[in-house]
Write a protein that binds this ligand. Structure first.
Ligand code: ADP
Ligand code: ASP
Ligand code: MG
Length: 423
């Protein structure tokens, strides 16, 4: 007998039928003799709909109230799922994040888990029940307010609970058969990966492959907890996220493991910045002081005649307005000319540990973009990733071209998208 944590995403529980299908799957795991803890997301696109509703009553919803609103989505799911399991003759008890002991910091909208004290969950499963936990939420240690972990955060709830309960495995059930070499919604020729390392998955998640939440991968790596990503709509074996690829698994040792694309970022360009020591520090300190995460940065060489330079950086689209306001406040003090905001960019990334030992990856990548007529606006690299910024309209074409250029296309279409709207 083992302890299994299963997480079901929104598309898996989009309607009553989905709830019943998932309930049957959970009961089957219980019947096989395991203790089962389930983390569930809000139904379908509920979270997006709640955000739309908040924006319809105010342009800038307060973080505390927005978190209170959004966590309602997962509460609906957890109670319905518990009922559906009860209906199959099994005992299930639902718990909010706070009841499950998910303790976070107090940053609304992107809280970090500080501690997990799952006493009530342990009690419930030891008494023979199936515990159902609302994903994506916790309670702040300081303010005692309800927090959310950021979009896609139910994955992190599941892994954090699995680590705290010392589970044997954390299964992430979604609407595709596992982690693919690219998002199957954009690249139909994507291949399913049998295994992916924590290191590669971290880069893929950071590059926008939303199949797993970035923090969930960080957590799993820290606790060396295996994650099995698979579909709730099929019995197929999925993808294992592990420390190392198994020996001799040559397919997985391809130079490039995957291509990721991301439409969620925007670009800000600060035009005519005086080229003085300390100016960049002042700009990025004020951005950081406002809890805005930035991604890529490019600073041009200043023109000798003017001593002025341009600085561009990318950030989540949702933080664009706040960042622009912050910069406007320091414009007089720093003396730059203007701020340009562009939210029609896309980020395309190549990820693969094989990149370390193979020269020429960048050349092949850029040649593929040139052949596809995709212009590169910004570039950034890590040891096992190359990311570029392109026009949003060119993004999916670029992703397909890169996938083909690195020989990743499947011979026959194997990627099935079972549900979800891709929103
Ligand atoms: P859930 O609601 O189950 O959490 P998500 O929508 O958050 O599901 O994540 C699953 C989606 O991630 C897939 O439907 C797919 O479109 C997208 N995705 C992006 N990159 C990848 C990838 N490399 N492999 C698999 N899915 C990916
Ligand atoms: N319901 C939340 C979201 O849509 C959390 C999750 O699904 O993981 O982002
Ligand atoms: Mg998700």
């Amino acid at each position: 007998m083992g302890l299994i944590v299963q997480k079901y995403g929104g598309s898996s529980v989009a309607d009553a039928e989905g709830m019943k299908r998932v309930a049957a799957r959970i009961v089957a795991t219980k019947k096989a003799g395991h203790q089962v803890v389930v983390v569930v997301s809000a139904m379908g696109d509920t979270t997006d709909e709640l955000i739309d509703l908040a924006n319809a009553v105010t342009p800038i919803p307060q973080g505390r109230e927005l978190d209170m609103l959004l966590t309602a989505g997962e509460r609906i799911s957890m109670a319905l799922l518990a009922m559906a399991i009860n209906n199959l003759g099994f005992e299930a008890l639902s718990f909010t994040g706070s009841q499950a002991g998910v303790i976070t910091d107090s940053v609304h909208g992107k809280a970090r888990i500080i501690d997990v004290t799952p006493g009530r969950i342990r009690e419930a499963i030891d008494a023979g029940s199936i515990a159902i936990v609302a994903g994506f939420q916790g309670i702040s240690q300081d303010t005692k307010d309800i927090t959310t972990l950021g979009r896609g955060g139910s994955d992190t709830t599941a892994v954090a609970l699995a680590a705290a309960l010392d589970a044997d495995v954390c299964e992430i059930y979604t609407d595709v058969d596992g982690v693919f070499s690219a998002d199957p919604r954009a690249v139909p020729a994507a291949r399913k990966l049998k295994t992916v390392t924590y290191e590669e998955m971290l880069e893929l998640a950071a590059a926008g492959a939303k199949v797993l939440h970035l923090r969930c991968v960080e957590y799993a790596r820290r606790f060396n907890l295996p994650i099995h990503v698979r579909s709730s709509f099929s019995p197929n074996e999925g993808t294992w996220v592990v420390e190392n690829h198994p020996e001799g698994d040559t397919m997985e040792q391809a130079i490039i493991s995957g291509v990721a694309h991301d439409k969620s970022e925007a670009k800000i360009t600060i035009v005519g910045v005086p080229d003085r020591t300390g100016v960049a520090a002042r700009i990025f300190q004020s951005i950081a002081d406002n809890d805005i995460n930035i991604d890529m940065i490019v600073q041009n060489v200043s023109a000798a005649a003017t001593g002025l330079t341009d600085i561009s950086f990318t950030l989540p689209k949702s933080e664009g307005q706040k960042a622009t306001q912050v910069l406007q406040r320091i414009q007089g003090e720093i003396g730059f000319a203007s701020i340009l905001f562009d939210d029609t960019i896309g980020k395309l990334s190549l990820v693969g540990a094989g990149m370390r030992s193979h020269p020429g990856v960048t050349a092949t990548f850029f040649a593929a973009m040139a052949d596809a007529g995709v212009n590169i606006e910004m570039i950034s690299t890590s040891e096992i990733r190359i990311s570029i910024i392109v026009r949003e309209a060119d993004l999916e074409r670029g992703a397909k071209a890169a996938h083909t250029a690195f020989g990743l296309d499947a011979d026959q279409i194997e990627a099935v998208v079972y549900g979800g709207t891709g929103r």
